[in-house]
Design a protein around this ligand. Structure first.
Ligand SMILES: Nc1ncnc2c1ncn2[C@@H]1O[C@H](COP(=O)(O)OP(=O)(O)OP(=O)(O)O)[C@@H](O)[C@H]1O
Ligand SMILES: [Mg+2]
Length: 218
């Protein structure tokens, strides 16, 4: 196996920690340096790691590198997925697109916009719900504010249905699902109903940005 804590980007080597035996001891300051560099490559030169976001990024790092002790302290279950909540523009989508790069040895997830899934449903109907309920690894972006689906005159709460399927999949196979949202627990329940909300608690660890977090959109 190649060393998972050595990553090359544009000919530059980044070292995220040291490999001892088959265990990596990660070094947070080094992970932050890599995340800032990779963020600039992915999103542009304006990208930086804000001091105020370091707490949440550290939590995400502990989750992705599966640091059992730290996860336990933080109340994070590495066996569940992540639900990142926070105000508009705080950087949820960018972070979920970025974090997978610190663990290149793990199976990557695709970040898919919930509203695009609804548009697909409007064309293809229930096939879309089947497609996203299968064993691929997804991060559903911006759940809860997508429009209601409509196929041949029938309304459907598409993401609600998909979350129910993902829950069944999780019980059967332990395959995780991630998501981001602007909504709080109460609003999610209003949007998806109590059955979905209850299952979401089992499917996700909740990682919340501060309500005061600034909009990073210029
Ligand atoms: N760490 C960062 N440094 C600089 N710019 C950032 C950072 N994070 C996000 N941005 C920029 O801020 C904007 C919003 O980011 P992003 O889409 O990730 O936020 P979001 O929380 O997903 O927003 P929404 O709730 O609207 O979906 C983007 O233009 C992105 O490039
Ligand atoms: Mg977003």
């Amino acid at each position: 196996m190649t060393n998972p804590c050595k990553i090359y980007e544009d000919g530059v080597e980044y070292t995220l920690g040291v490999l001892t035996g088959n265990k990596v001891i990660y070094d947070f300051p080094k992970i932050m340096i890599y995340l800032e560099a990779k963020g600039k490559l992915l999103f542009g030169d304006h990208f930086r790691i804000y001091k105020k976001d370091q707490r949440i990024i550290r939590e995400l790092c502990n989750y992705f590198i599966k640091d059992k002790e730290s996860c336990e302290k933080l109340g994070i279950d590495p066996g569940k997925g992540l639900l990142i909540s926070g105000p508009v523009g705080c950087g949820k989508t960018s972070l979920m697109k970025l974090m997978k790069y610190i663990v290149p040895h793990q199976r990557p997830y695709s970040v898919v916009a919930s509203r695009c899934i609804v548009f697909s449903f409007n064309h293809l109907g229930y096939k879309t719900i089947e497609d996203f309920g299968d064993s691929q690894f997804f991060c559903f972006d911006d759940i809860g504010v997508e429009p209601i689906g409509r196929h041949y005159g029938r309304d459907c709460n598409v993401m609600g249905e998909i979350l129910l399927s993902r829950y069944e999949l999780f019980l059967e196979t332990k395959i995780k699902t991630h998501a981001t949202t602007n909504l709080n627990a109460e609003e999610l329940e209003k949007r998806f109903g109590i059955r979905v909300r209850s299952r979401m608690r089992q499917l996700f660890n909740l990682i919340a940005f501060d309500k005061q977090c600034v909009d990073k959109r210029k």
